[in-house]
Design a protein. Sequence first.
Length: 171
Amino acid sequence: MKNKKSRILLVLGFIALSVCEAAAQGTLFSDPSVEYTFTVPDQKWTMVVRPSATNPNVEYVYGDRRDGYFTIRKLTVGKDAVMSDIIQDEASSVQFRPGYVSNKDETFTGKFKGTVFNFEYVTASRPAAGRYYFLRADPTTVYVLRFTGGKDSLRQLRAQTDMIARTFSLK
């Protein structure tokens, strides 16, 4: 009897592990209009803008836009461009948001190396945050994965935003 219970628990454990592993793998994003792919870790991320021949941008929301908003932009930079200068240019577009505070940048490694630019601001009287991943694809191309949302929501989504950035790759 005890051996049978152990087998049942072992089987249930393997099933639970398989379900967790499948859920952790996510869904691969790929579209013929863009030259990149990435993994969407949770079905709660919903595509709200699909890339096209005229608009190469993709946009996702996590449930509600206030909880998490994600977009990708491709930047063409000079061959000698320094990542801190590229980040500073991007920071100049968000620094006038109410309550803007720049946080510490982080180095990041996934399929591409880069830097994460973190900042906080206030929107609709609520604390919000931004987490922008600057990934250098080649000497003249940098992809910016822009995540914004409520400060607490974005903090809870950090593992997912990191996964999306880690799996971001060119076709």
